[in-house]
Design a protein around this ligand. Structure first.
Ligand code: FEO
Length: 384
């Protein structure tokens, strides 16, 4: 695949993986992107997961057509990309390795060597001339590890963006960008919005027509403009559009009935509503929906004097990714001592700028006239 006349795609698709980072379901697999710049000097942009080392090296050899790479540029040391760095270093012993100082420290940790005799240490703004292309390195700490840098090529107005602007899914998945990019972003770097905003600020000074991420498709034109607009919202913890997520867990169905009745009432009032059964859905997708929308209703049962485990895991998923700036409503259920609302509030106490909507709805087992009246009031508070 050609990215430009002298820039080729040499990455690999992974359809064997079940859980990315050991936790995210990826039904359409994953792509580990790598690019080859064929100039007077030849540079390879990042490697691939070790499980796909042979396939990546084969792609690289085919694209090189007998030439020898001068540089391997390692933008990020997470093993989904760096797992094949040492195999590259052994295959082409005269090639230099280019990375930040922190990345070389991590190479020592992962590979037992920091390639001292053949390394080029990249720093903020440092440049690597290849010929027509002059690569400029821009540090991007915590997007998504501390050693990360991205790389700008002014000749093609192209940014190699490391994990930024990536998505779940192999390149041949043929799926839209937004949903899997959102689930990826919130899961992988959602906690580091401030650092993403810093990187975007640095990128404002660059003329960028193409973004080449380490996962997902190359972005240009309208797709790139849309991705940039979404990143600006995600990194600022702003919702994308109006709507409500009703997220519930239910033991015998009464809490689910209340949650679905609230959803119906909200739809009658013209709200766009998503519902998720937290014991059965992909929690990472549910968390991403909570970030997409401005309002969230949490409905759960009291359990072991706390809250139901699926709801606890969901709220942990929100708070560990810095959930903030939203409206939250609560529905609790408890047959003898309902304390779920108190428990949910406790888990959310460190989240910034949450407005807790009134009233909290309390069920004592099944829905009653009183609790349905509370649902009406909550629906009014959300839609009103
Ligand atoms: Fe795709 Fe943070 O590695």
């Amino acid at each position: 695949m050609k990215i430009a006349d002298d820039i080729l795609y040499v990455g690999v698709n992974d359809h064997e993986i079940d859980l990315f980072e050991g936790q995210y379901v990826v039904p359409n697999g994953m792509a580990y992107n790598s690019y080859l710049i064929l100039d007077d000097k030849i540079a390879v942009m990042d490697a691939a997961d070790a499980r796909f080392c042979d396939a990546w090296l084969a792609n690289l050899e085919a694209a090189l057509g007998g030439r020898t790479p001068d540089y391997l540029i390692v933008q990020h040391m997470e093993p989904d990309h760096s797992g094949s760095v040492d195999a590259f270093a052994r295959r082409w012993p005269d090639a230099a390795i280019v990375a930040t100082a922190k990345a070389f420290s991590m190479m020592q940790q992962f590979f037992g060597t920091d390639y001292a005799a053949r390394r080029v240490v990249a720093a903020e703004g440092s440049e690597l001339p290849l010929g027509r292309h002059v690569l400029r390195f821009v540090t991007a700490p915590m997007v998504h590890w501390p050693e990360v840098m991205v790389t700008y090529d002014a000749a093609e107005k192209l940014l190699f963006s490391a994990d930024a602007f990536g998505k779940f899914g192999a390149l041949d998945a043929g799926e839209p960008w937004t949903d899997e990019a959102r689930r990826y972003y919130i899961g992988i770097v959602g906690k580091y919005g401030a650092q993403v905003r810093t990187l975007m600020k640095k990128a404002e000074g660059l003329e960028i027509g193409t973004v080449c991420p380490l996962h997902g498709p190359v972005l240009r034109g309208e797709a790139l403009a849309q991705a940039l607009a979404l990143y600006a919202k995600w990194a600022s913890y702003e919702p994308e559009e109006s709507g409500v997520l009703v997220a519930y867990s239910s033991v015998y169905g009464h809490t689910k009935t209340a949650a679905e009745l609230l959803a119906a009432k909200l739809r009658e009032k013209g709200c766009a509503v998503e519902t998720r059964d937290l014991a059965r859905c992909d929690l990472a997708e549910a968390v991403a929906q909570a970030f997409r929308l401005p309002a969230l209703v949490l409905a759960t049962t009291t359990y072991n004097a706390e809250i139901y485990p699926a709801m606890k895991r969901f709220i942990d998923g929100l708070t560990e990714h810095s959930y903030q700036n939203r409206h939250v409503g609560l529905i609790e259920n408890g047959s003898w001592a309902p304390t779920a609302a108190k428990g949910m509030l406790k888990l959310l106490e460190n989240s910034k700028n949450l407005e807790i909507l009134q009233p909290t709805v309390t069920l004592r087992g099944a829905l009653s006239a009183d609790s349905e009246a509370q649902l009406d009031a909550l629906a009014e508070a959300i839609a009103g």
